[in-house]
Ligand binder design. Sequence first.
Ligand code: TYD
Length: 214
Amino acid sequence: MPGRFLVVEGIDGSGKSSQVERLGRWLPHSGLMPPGAELVVTREPGGTPLGKQLYNIILNPQLALHRQAELFLFAADRAQHVETKIRPALSQGNWVVSDRFSGSTVAYQGYGRGCDLELIDTLEQVATGGLTPDLTLWLDLPPQQAHDRQGLQPPLPEKDPFEGAGLGFAQRVAHGFQQLAGERGWWPIAAGEPLAVVEAAIQHACRSTFALDR
Ligand code: TYD
């Protein structure tokens, strides 16, 4: 039996990375995965050695990437990730959790940067080869709250261009995620709650989705 593919999406500052880490610790002991199946926790961008290099290019301000070039680099990262890491794991019956996937491109490059949504859709088909998640957990947090949370952190030496793009950009991206969540049947998680409450909501979503599999 092929494995299951879970994705966690959300704007910067939504607490996504900590929740992916917690999910990665809980899932193997949840009783949801079949015996012998392993869990692969991965991310986009940068889930493969090629992807890490592509992400360094994307983050390099000296290159002044055009948004269309940026879009293609995220697609290249995804194609490599799907074909060399995600699909092989799933076909061996292993489960995969990815911190971001193709929805992030629609939200950031499409709604955020204004790249053509039809082109993004075509690129998504090419890069994923039609692979879609079994469950997408959407960490829903108002951009203002995410912005305030990020303000509490010390500034990064090399600021992520997306995190530095301001509240207007974050609001467009958040709107994109909201649209996608409706269109694609994502599972919304109220991400403004305390970490343990968010974690419990994620576990509930996983049980509801996968408990009948077994
Ligand atoms: P993030 O998950 O925040 O990673 P990090 O821990 O390195 O900050 O993702 C990196 C950034 O890349 C984030 O701001 C969103 C952006 N991004 C896109 O613009 N398009 C995409 O397709 C993906 C996957 C990410």
